[in-house]
Design a protein around this ligand. Structure first.
Ligand code: ADP
Ligand code: MG
Length: 350
């Protein structure tokens, strides 16, 4: 596969995979083969670029984000940060690398320790990496960081419970940017917030990126949230990236039927638009029993018999825009005319 990788990549992910062993999580005791949470992820992120990662719940987005920061160990593959493979970096060098990568979590309620003051929370990474020398310097840095995320420095001696969801997410962001990272994984950073504050937090993340020029992997479960912040978009289904490309291409001419369905779910109602809403059949299949061939075939509105048998590779459709669909590839298999009677409809019983 052509990967559009360039030596200027900040992050270069190659054939990254993660299988969770069977029964490794409560309630998964009965399965036999384990869960293939991420399969064959290959992509790059340039310095200062925001790659949005979208897909329904359970498709492997958080696992992929955590793999990039080596918060969990991959089953196979490589994650290069400026050319250094994080996957086999010795512990001491990995520790140094940790200052360059940070994570912003979905749940601002659960991710801040309730017994620590805002100053302690925000300054923790600075202390871990020895970036402040005195208590006074620490308070000065915390005051600056709180100001940068739109909070008053007078908040620093308070505790998380005294803040709203949006404010807590700002505290989490202040903490993440404290060490001036090059790369941030933001895992659904606004999903737990009221709709009214979601845009404020997305705008803050966008402003900070422009000021500091770091790169994001910005995870979201639908395409509306990332519309303004993304440079490129990757769409994931059952552990695999099924489409990736520049934002304009993915929103303007989505190639994969799954992307088309996700997009139709967030379209503004427009009486003149020819686009109609695509309703997907059924739920995401059990990730411990991924369907054969194209794993989307059980829900795909245009599935053909070949889709049940052959897994389509990610193929370039237009410049820098890739999709894993037999009917979106540069040389698509011709679709037999409707009503030709030779087709068996895809079923969910694979
Ligand atoms: N620690 C774990 N042990 C076992 N299975 C896991 C673990 N973490 C995630 N999974 C499984 O991996 C799949 C992908 O999960 P996740 O990455 O959280 O998806 P998403 O973030 O897209 O909702 C799911 O089937 C989930 O149950
Ligand atoms: Mg998740």
């Amino acid at each position: 596969m052509k990967t559009a990788a360039s030596p200027a990549s900040l992050i270069d992910v190659r054939n990254l995979g993660k299988t969770f062993p069977a029964g490794s999580r409560l309630g998964f005791g009965k399965q036999t083969g384990g869960v293939r949470a991420v399969d064959g992820a290959t992509f790059t992120i340039a310095p200062g670029e925001t790659l949005a990662l979208v897909g329904e719940s359970g498709c492997g987005k958080s696992t992929l984000g955590r793999l990039l920061l080596r918060l969990i160990e991959p089953t196979e593959g490589e994650v290069l940060l400026e050319g250094n493979n994080l996957v086999d970096l010795p512990a001491a060098r990995m520790r140094a690398m940790r200052a360059q990568v940070q994570m912003i979590f979905q749940d601002p309620y659960g991710s801040l320790s309730p017994r620590r003051s805002i100053a302690q929370i925000v300054a923790e990474p600075l202390e871990v990496f020895g970036l402040v020398r005195s208590a006074r310097e620490r308070r000065e840095r915390v005051a600056e960081l709180l100001t940068q995320v739109g909070l008053s420095p007078t908040f620093m001696d308070r505790y998380p419970r005294q803040f709203s969801g949006g404010q807590r997410q700002r505290i989490g962001i202040a903490r993440a940017i404290s060490v001036n990272p090059k790369f941030i994984v933001a895992d659904e950073p606004v999903s737990a917030l009221d709709v009214s504050v979601q845009a404020q937090i997305v705008n803050l993340l966008q402003d900070l990126k422009q000021q500091r020029n770091f790169s994001y992997l910005f995870i979201a479960h639908d395409l509306s949230v990332v519309r303004h912040i993304a440079d490129r978009v990757a769409v994931m289904y059952l552990g695999r990236i099924v489409e990736i490309g520049p934002k304009k291409a993915v929103y303007g001419s989505p190639s994969h039927p799954y992307t088309q369905a996700l997009l139709s779910a967030v379209l503004e109602p427009d009486p003149d638009a020819a686009k109609t809403r695509i309703i997907l059949k059924g739920d995401v299949p059990n990730p411990a029993k991924v369907p054969s061939g194209c794993s989307f075939h059980t829900r795909c509105p245009i599935a053909q018999p070949v889709c049940k048998i052959e897994r389509p590779p990610l193929a370039e459709t237009t410049q820098g825009h890739f999709a894993a669909c037999h009917f979106a590839a540069p040389n698509p298999i011709p679709v037999p005319p409707a009503g030709s009677g030779t087709l068996t409809p895809a079923t969910a019983s694979v």
